[in-house]
Design a protein around this ligand. Structure first.
Ligand code: GLA
Length: 392
């Protein structure tokens, strides 16, 4: 379902469920990470952009109890905002109640709220559907209590929700991407200082095509948190000789080479990815600003290889999609995007070759994996916003 239809549907359902018009309607986009993967929780660099697929949430005050409704799942949770329910294993409501818990932990009294939401972002596709959802809720709660927190704080609230309610020890990239991205630009994010700059994404006659492997990365929380622990233990080893090292982002190729014997093989590979990937993000910014798309493409592909071999977060399906894309004429680069273990691949492909990409890779993937991948042209969109009040 497309943008305005989605708003219309959410609005209408809000009225049917709660007998009133919503007071606020929030829109948050998903994101594609162009390059800089698994660097955010190591104080590194990332370069995402927001996409047209989004989450829409409508909300208003309730008199007695809070009722939150997931339209796609036809499921409602109901509770008193003064007594927030505990997290439920892998339940969508964690991303909303967890946000309320973060506000509450910051000392805000929560009103009773009615809310419902729906989205056209594939869940488990590595396009940040969970940050889109928790950011929607953060913006809505912020409005309802009149706290007017800066967007930076809303991002931390959403991240806290992931950590404390969903159990994923994620970095800050997704929350920043859905809040701060700008149309026609990528967001070059310094995940340590949380400063950012917008980099124009002028790539015509090339296009960015997403290929969904149709493998959900749902079961990946354990592996994601494990990657984070491996990075932390590598950092602890490196700090023995370099006590001032704050994050793996501070590790140079020389320090890594010198430390090789003191790291486990796994730690060495994880840090190798960090060292290479941070360098690639900054090189990608230069390439974009210089209009050097072949270099951007090479960096994207090198990022994929490192994610597959050093960080070990790819999947056979994504490796196949990337390798098949790289074999085609007109494709400059391809890589998995997002947390990995399934989800999407992003390709930089000449506009005249998009159809060939779809036909050729679609057929090859079907033969190999018995599934048809989905293809989708994407362009960089604006970050989150409130929709104008009034029925669509
Ligand atoms: C997930 C996390 C992000 C980031 C990416 C990998 O999307 O939520 O914080 O770590 O994986 O780059």
């Amino acid at each position: 379902m497309h943008g305005n239809d989605l708003i219309h549907m959410v609005w209408k359902n809000f009225g049917e469920a709660y007998g009133a018009d919503p007071a606020w309607v929030v829109r948050t986009p998903g994101r594609v990470n162009l390059i800089g993967e698994h660097t955010d929780y190591n104080g590194g660099w990332a370069m995402p952009f927001a996409i047209g697929e989004r989450m829409i949430m409508a909300g208003g005050y309730a008199s007695d109890r809070t009722r939150l409704r997931a339209l796609d799942m036809r499921d409602t949770v109901e509770f008193d905002s003064r007594e927030l329910p505990a997290p439920r294993h892998r339940h969508w409501s964690n991303y909303l109640i967890g946000v309320m818990a973060e506000f509450s932990a910051r000392g805000f009294a929560l009103p009773q709220l009615n809310a419902c939401f729906a989205g056209n972002l594939p869940q488990g596709g590595g396009l940040s559907s969970s940050a889109a959802l928790s950011n929607c809720m953060a913006m809505l709660v912020d409005k309802s209590i009149g706290s007017s927190l800066p967007k930076q704080e809303l991002a931390l609230i959403s991240q806290g929700c992931e950590h404390h309610y969903a159990g994923v020890m994620c970095g800050i990239m997704d929350q920043y991407a859905t809040l701060f991205c700008k149309q026609d630009h990528a967001l070059l994010l310094d995940c340590r200082s949380r400063s950012y700059r917008h980099v124009p994404l002028h790539i015509l006659p090339y296009r960015l095509v997403l290929i969904n492997s149709m493998i959900k990365h749902d079961l990946a929380e354990g592996a994601y948190n494990q990657r984070r622990r491996e990075c932390e233990s590598a950092l602890a080893s490196l700090r023995v000789k370099h006590p001032l090292m704050q994050d793996l982002r501070d590790c140079s190729p020389e320090i890594l080479a010198d430390a090789r014997a003191r790291l486990t093989e796994t730690e060495y590979r994880r840090v190798s990815h960090q060292v290479g990937e941070n360098h690639r993000v900054l090189a990608a910014e230069k390439a974009l600003r210089a209009g050097d798309l072949p270099s951007l493409g090479r960096l994207m592909h090198a990022s994929h290889i490192s994610l597959a071999e050093n960080f070990e977060v790819s999947s056979p399906e994504q490796d196949f999609l990337v390798a098949s894309a790289m074999d085609l004429k007109g494709v400059l680069g391809a890589r998995m995007t997002g947390g990995g273990f399934g989800g999407n691949v992003i390709c930089l492909v000449h506009q005249d070759r998009c159809e060939e990409l779809r036909l050729s890779i679609g057929a090859g993937y079907l033969t190999r994996f018995g599934k048809t991948p989905e293809f989708h042209l994407c362009s960089p969109e604006d970050g989150a916003s409130f929709e104008e009040a009034g029925p669509p």
